[in-house]
Design a protein around this ligand. Structure first.
Ligand SMILES: Cc1ncc(COP(=O)(O)O)c(C=O)c1O
Length: 377
């Protein structure tokens, strides 16, 4: 992959992630690049069998089974099961694109969580949707009725959020869903990082169905397992969603490879059989290495103390995140600057960088050591 090199402050996050793909130390993108566990290695050793199974089974059955296994592994039992209610996509960004196109005909303004990963606002804006920022603090504990502007026709929340790891608690989801039902707002959730945090694995669909609001949820296998980006995004919508989601989907996709669906199902089964605990321990260990290596550097702190997701923000008040990105880049070490996550107010992200933790322990240790040396230099 080659792209032209954009300036650090103007580039979008994915452009900065491209730069990191061939770097000595890449802790930029949030994709899963840690080593396979022993049981995951066995799945990979068994790929020819998996391929034969995928080629031989009726697609509908295989897809239903993969979706059910994936969703129930993460506590999502009450998801809608009618025709076209769960649509498999090659990535959550593809699901996002389909959602944005589906909204564009009927919705003018989207209330979008702030901060969040910048391809979400970019895709929504690309469809001509107007955005208004909804601060995480409002969602966590504020007055929703007063805080969500009346023009909002869809409300988009990333939970757990990227980069902060903040989880929308069950009682808050219920309140948000009620507000959406009262105002006929389409509630949209991106739960790509759900697998890292048991607190995000209560049954969201049970809450949404009980309230009866219109909703769309983007589920994602892509952040969890080191499957070389073989992944699925699932676009789940309520019976009453009132958007042309299946029609837009059919403009873009026939479906995803049955081989990938079968692979995701096997990784989900492994997660349910203890793999998830192992993954959580790995991420927690990497977070510890990063925090311990940077401990004691004047002014450096970790704003998301309670985060369990596979990325970690580091606050660096003595320089800007964009400058630090460039200084690290000279050492062939890639992080992400915080600026672009603050899509409505980039300056607010200047005092942070984001470090990816879904890496081998050695990669995180090397990144942390270089970061320490640059911060102290
Ligand atoms: C919250 C969130 N949703 C969606 C995406 C897009 O994922 P993908 O690149 O697999 O399409 C990202 C990427 O990091 C993300 O952070």
């Amino acid at each position: 992959m080659t792209t032209s090199t954009p300036g650090t402050t103007e580039a979008n996050l994915t452009q900065l992630e491209y730069l990191a793909l061939n770097a000595t130390v890449n802790v930029a993108d949030g994709h899963a690049r840690q080593e396979l566990t022993e049981t995951q290695k066995r799945i990979i050793d068994d790929l020819p069998t998996l391929f034969a199974k995928a080629a031989g089974e009726p697609l509908e059955e295989l897809e239903r089974s993969a979706q059910q296994t994936f969703l129930t592994t993460f506590g999502q039992h009450r998801y809608p099961t009618g025709p076209d209610r769960v649509l498999s996509c090659y990535a959550s960004s593809v699901a996002m694109e389909i959602l944005a196109r589906s909204l564009a005909g009927t919705v003018t303004t989207v209330g979008l969580i702030h901060p969040t990963f910048d391809n979400i606002p970019d895709i929504l804006r690309g469809m001509g949707l107007r955005l208004t920022p909804i601060e995480e603090s409002l969602l966590a504990g504020g007055d929703l009725d007063a805080g969500v502007p009346p023009e909002v026709g869809a409300l988009f929340i990333t939970t757990p959020n990227n980069p902060t790891g903040t989880v929308l608690a069950e009682d808050r989801l219920r309140l948000v869903a009620r507000l959406c039902r009262e105002r006929d707002i389409v509630l949209c959730l991106d739960t790509s990082f759900r697998g890292f945090d048991y607190r995000a694995q209560y049954d969201h669909y049970a809450v949404l169905e009980a309230v009866g609001c219109r909703y769309v949820v983007i589920e994602d296998s892509g952040k969890l397992w080191p499957t070389l980006d073989l992944k699925v995004g699932m676009l789940v919508s309520s019976e009453n969603v009132g958007l042309p989601v299946p029609e837009v989907y059919s403009d873009i996709l026939l479906g995803v490879s049955p081989f990938i669906l079968a692979l995701v199902e096997r990784f989900a089964r492994d997660a349910a059989d203890g793999g998830l605990d192992e993954l959580h321990e790995h991420i927690a260990g990497n977070r510890r290495v990063l925090r311990e290596t940077l401990a004691g550097i004047p002014g450096v702190s970790f704003p998301d103390e309670d985060s369990r997701v596979s990325v970690e923000r580091v606050a660096i008040p003595r320089s800007s995140g964009s400058q630090l990105f460039e200084r690290l880049q000279r050492q062939n070490v890639y992080v992400l600057p915080g600026r672009q996550f603050h899509w409505a107010d980039p300056e607010r992200g200047e005092d942070t960088i984001r470090v990816a933790l879904a890496r081998s322990r050695g990669t995180v240790a090397a990144a942390a050591a270089e970061l320490r040396s640059v911060l102290l230099g």
